[in-house]
Write a protein that binds this ligand. Structure first.
Ligand SMILES: Nc1ncnc2c1ncn2[C@@H]1O[C@H](COP(=O)(O)OP(=O)(O)OP(=O)(O)O)[C@@H](O)[C@H]1O
Ligand SMILES: [Mg+2]
Length: 249
């Protein structure tokens, strides 16, 4: 089954075409990477998938997006967003909540945990999955301000996982963090796909090569090509893709 299907998805912002008939299928339980240069429309594409685009003034969406077969634009946007986790480029933990509560809050609000013990288990599970548990287990009640940028980002990943989303969207999650934190997040993503389907946005060909099962190359709002990562990295069909992969763009 496909986690996400985009069918000639077209987005206009303030009358300008930002996404131009984007189509691809992202299979479930895999890392599907959307790779492309700055301004190519990657963030807009993620927002069109989870309907955050509804909040953008003057946005017009045409075409179809299906998540696990369900048509996103004929569903309740709140239900859609609740089933999708999202991690942004800038780590944004809730500053007034403890490390524990940052992870627990979604599970509490969604009624996923029925007891304190269950909540403790979910928090530990999510922090372990985000490769952060060992670093914070003795200070769960500290504020996130005491964490490094990379730790904060892993906390945001744990927060997204704690509500057990079926789909996880990540918008350049490692763009502002150091290489060792980047490696931990990449390792986490590789291990997560048994439980969740992942759409990763990156402008880094080397990151795409390290984590992806599938890659779509986005350029000026169009999918130039998409397919299995190994095929795309070894023998891209389009010269634009080749130039991007060689770092010539
Ligand atoms: N709210 C908006 N109103 C009008 N234009 C917008 C809006 N948001 C984005 N754009 C334009 O849409 C295009 C694509 O932007 P988008 O942020 O999706 O690109 P991106 O691939 O994520 O870039 P980056 O790698 O820099 O994050 C850009 O030209 C941008 O200026
Ligand atoms: Mg972006």
């Amino acid at each position: 089954m496909n986690a996400v299907e985009a069918e000639c998805l077209t987005v206009h912002l303030r009358g300008r075409k930002i996404l131009d008939c984007v189509s691809f299928n992202a299979p479930s339980n895999s890392v599907f990477t959307i790779m492309g240069p700055s301004g190519s429309g990657k963030s807009t594409l993620l927002r069109a998938i989870n309907r955050l685009i509804d909040l953008v003034p003057y946005a017009r969406v045409e075409g179809k997006v299906r998540i696990f077969g369900e048509d996103v634009y004929s569903s309740d946007p709140y239900v859609i967003r609740r089933s999708i986790g999202m991690v942004f480029q800038e780590p944004n933990p809730f500053p007034h909540l403890s490390i524990y509560d940052n992870v627990a809050i979604g599970a509490r609000l969604n009624g996923i945990a029925r007891s304190r013990e269950e909540l403790d288990k979910i928090v530990e599970w999510a922090l372990r999955k985000a490769m952060l548990w060992d670093e914070v287990k003795d200070r769960l009640h500290d504020p996130p301000s005491k964490l490094s940028g990379g730790q904060k980002q892993r906390l945001c990943l744990a927060r997204a996982l704690a509500v057990k989303p079926k789909l996880l969207l990540l918008d350049e999650p490692t763009a502002n963090i150091d290489p060792s934190n980047t490696r931990r997040i990449e390792e986490s993503l590789r291990s997560l796909k048994e439980e969740v389907s992942i759409i990763l946005v990156t402008h880094s060909p080397s990151q795409a090569a390290r984590v992806s099962d599938y890659i779509a190359f986005l350029y000026m709002g169009r999918v130039v090509e998409w397919g299995s990562a190994s095929k795309m990295l070894e023998s891209p069909e389009n010269s634009l893709t080749e130039r991007f992969l060689k770092g010539e763009m």
